[in-house]
Design a protein around this ligand. Sequence first.
Ligand code: C5P
Length: 206
Amino acid sequence: MIIAIDGPAASGKGTIARALARHFGLPHLDTGLLYRAVGREALVRGIAFDDGPALAELAAALDVSALDPEPLKAGPVGEAASRVAAINEVRQALMTLQRDFATQAGGAVLDGRDIGTVIAPEAQVKIFVTATPEARAQRRHAELVARGEEVTPQSVLDDIRKRDQRDSSRASAPLTKAADAVELDNTTLGPAESVARALEIVASRT
Ligand code: C5P
């Protein structure tokens, strides 16, 4: 069983994906980490966000099993990830890796922006997780403050809107709900309620 969870930044898709993976005993891949790893490496090495060949080289050299989420969750890395994610060569370089993960024996849960549309269009279960930009900004703000980052609620909301705009309008695999995905709007739901709703969706699809 392949479960594809897509949605915008800070929509709670990671929480849902992790819970479903645990529930069904499936491996889970947070595909945002791949783009974040490329974005962070580009920042560290001073590679321009429009240098397709150099970014694709970084992407091709990634070791999925060695991704450390901690430094990848910092605010500036999210922005860098969204910049490199708009580069077609980067997406191509990360595609095989994600497809191999999705099609392993027994199934997998993947979360990202284009899992149901591009990476695993054959997935039995597709969930498109959404919430208002304000609700998502509030969650991301709390997360960043807990990490010790000094950010204002307004700057987080601005960043979320900018990323939504870039992720939805790019030419290569833009963020969009697959025709056969079920939408889960969790603006007014807590994590446990969101997961319960996701489990109902899986049950209705399998
Ligand atoms: O989900 P997360 O916020 O960690 O993703 C960081 C960035 O990576 C997103 O803003 C998006 O531009 C990009 N991304 C993508 N396709 C995916 C996952 C993430 O373009 N499947």
